[in-house]
Design a protein around this ligand. Sequence first.
Ligand SMILES: Nc1ncnc2c1ncn2[C@@H]1O[C@H](COP(=O)(O)OP(=O)(O)OP(=O)(O)O)[C@@H](O)[C@H]1O
Ligand SMILES: [Mg+2]
Length: 355
Amino acid sequence: MTSAIVASGISKSFGEVEALKDLELDVPEGAFFVLLGPSGAGKTTTLRVIAGLEKPDMGSVHLTGIEATKATPAERDLAMVFQSYALYPKQTAAQNIASPLRARRMSKADIDAAVKRVSELLHIEPLLERKPSQMSGGEMQRVALGRALVRDPRAFLMDEPLTNLDLKLRVEMRTELTRIHRSLGRTFLYVTNDQVEAMSMADQVAVLRAGTVQQVGTPTEIYDHPANRWVATFVGSPRMNLLQCTANGRLEGKGWSLPNPGFGVQGDRPALLGVRSEDLSLDVRDEAAGLDGRVYAVEPLGDRTLVDIEVGDHRVVVKAPPTSRYAVGEQVRASVALDRVHLFDAGTESAIARR
Ligand SMILES: Nc1ncnc2c1ncn2[C@@H]1O[C@H](COP(=O)(O)OP(=O)(O)OP(=O)(O)O)[C@@H](O)[C@H]1O
Ligand SMILES: [Mg+2]
């Protein structure tokens, strides 16, 4: 498949701060590609380098196969939604949305029709005559999205465009954006620090940490086969449980021991066992592969109950059915779905493969 955007070997420093270190990204044409990472990871800097708003110290940018490292932002023909909205304060929402079209001297009738179309898509028709000072953060954010979507660029770059929406609207907009992406058939490079957004919308996710891509894959690949400890604990809620152990024929930790389900290790290897909370169950009795512990806390969340148990000197979270009744201090056994556990090298923190 052709690549819409390729960034290779990008490095960018701001004084002492190395924002991007040898960053590699390859965004396929037409993809909904999500760049996921915590605050400060370099997500905005990556978008700005691709958009031509920031000059990289090293590396190159190719757009649909053509070198664009030195191209001006206008030549790149990318529409960007800024994290800070960047709306014109003296213009109404309608005028803000229309601004990229006015710059191209489209007829008033065509502009009006285009503004109407995107404002319907984004459910912002009632806001069209308001100025930014008369809108909430979430409303401004949707107008900023509208201003990008009104164009027909080579690709859309979106920098955390849903962060200021309340939960209900954010969930709604996730569905809308997926739908808009499908109907436009254009490449979306979408930045977020919210893993739920990444998992729910992306065809492909690149996980960014401290200016370096840690892993690229489909949401399922990243969730089910995290490349290292950092990705494993960054993606998923509650966080993946990690238990120090020695891996050999068995995985042995302080106060627990499990059969090694096929991880390729030689000698006694210091490692970290990774178990997601949904891969533990308190309902199975007499299971051979289990962790014995004592209930430390119980957190009912409506659709499920999180049970914290103490196993040796580790705290382990189990996702239990909402009907679960456990008492603090109770002795329990958490059976482990061994085919779904992860093992990371204690030193390099990279995932250890199964044989
Ligand atoms: N113009 C700048 N001058 C100095 N440092 C900068 C500048 N822009 C970014 N940085 C630094 O570069 C790093 C990456 O910043 P960037 O804005 O790309 O992160 P981000 O992933 O977008 O974070 P957030 O999720 O908080 O928006 C940070 O350490 C930041 O402080
Ligand atoms: Mg940012």
